[in-house]
Write a protein that binds this ligand. Structure first.
Ligand SMILES: C[S@@+](CC[C@H](N)C(=O)[O-])C[C@H]1O[C@@H](n2cnc3c(N)ncnc32)[C@H](O)[C@@H]1O
Length: 236
């Protein structure tokens, strides 16, 4: 049975302990998270949400780029949050177990000056409903960054993605955690996700403004992107 979107956090519980090892040997993974975090303009004492924080790699990127920010990090997987707790500076980040489809119901209260969602939006069962919730969490004038794979509009990107996931990620997942389920889901979910133009259009349709896409370098060029968007300033 393929993994359903709503079961993704449970599947991550199974690989949580070895997840950072696998991402750590992926060249560029951590540097690219920092690049996306650095693309979020925010005041020095900003309130920043890292949604779908996993084991905290994206949260550490936020802390490195915004050292004085007040950071909330949320994820639906208790196992991933447990790893994040061990890897983040003690007392520095508020960690919350939350469903990104309904953050308010999980106790996440805005407004945030900035939001990072790294490898999260692709996993949402209803991305439009999720985007509506995220727009509500941002302060007027605030910026959101979706750090995400998007290959649908590029044949070259799809070929590279298939080669990397079949040749490296799926076998690497099996060797490190004894299961391929979540990594086979990863390959499929990336192939099925919006192309760059389609996701930009989805963001505009959700009410975000100043939508733009910035690239990564290395093998991820044209495959992983920073999708940046703002909530419009309140009318005077
Ligand atoms: C690929 S990991 C990314 C972790 C981290 N942002 C990083 O960059 O390393 C995706 C995370 O999204 C979480 N996730 C997936 N669906 C979710 C949902 N509906 N609500 C909250 N978290 C979710 C998973 O539990 C997992 O930890």
């Amino acid at each position: 049975m393929p993994v359903a979107k709503v079961d993704v956090p449970v599947e991550f519980n199974r690989v949580a302990r070895r997840y950072e090892f696998l991402t750590g040997i992926n060249p560029g993974y951590r540097r690219h998270l920092r690049l996306s975090a650095s693309r979020l303009p925010a005041p020095s004492d900003a309130r920043i949400l890292d949604l779908c924080c996993g084991t905290g790699a994206s949260t550490r990127a936020v802390l490195a780029e915004h050292p004085a920010a007040r950071v909330t990090a949320a994820d639906g997987s208790a196992g991933m949050l447990d790893q994040a707790r061990r890897r983040l500076p003690e007392g520095r980040v508020e960690l919350v177990q939350a469903d990104a489809m309904k953050p308010a119901a999980s106790g996440i209260e805005g407004p945030f000056d900035a939001i990072l969602m790294a490898y999260g939006i692709r996993n949402m069962s209803d991305p439009d409903r999720c985007l509506a919730g995220l727009l509500d969490l941002l302060r007027p004038g605030g910026t959101i960054c979706f750090h995400e794979y998007s290959v649908a509009e590029s044949a070259r990107a799809r070929v590279t993605w298939n080669a990397v996931s079949i040749g490296l990620i799926i076998p690497g997942g099996f060797l490190t955690s004894g299961t391929t389920r979540i990594y086979r889901y990863l390959r499929r979910s990336v192939l099925d996700f919006d192309g760059v133009g389609a996701f930009e259009e989805r963001l505009r349709a959700a009410g975000f403004t100043e939508v733009r896409t910035e690239p990564m370098d290395g093998w991820q060029r044209g495959i992983v992107h920073s999708f940046l968007a703002r909530r419009a300033e309140a009318a005077a």
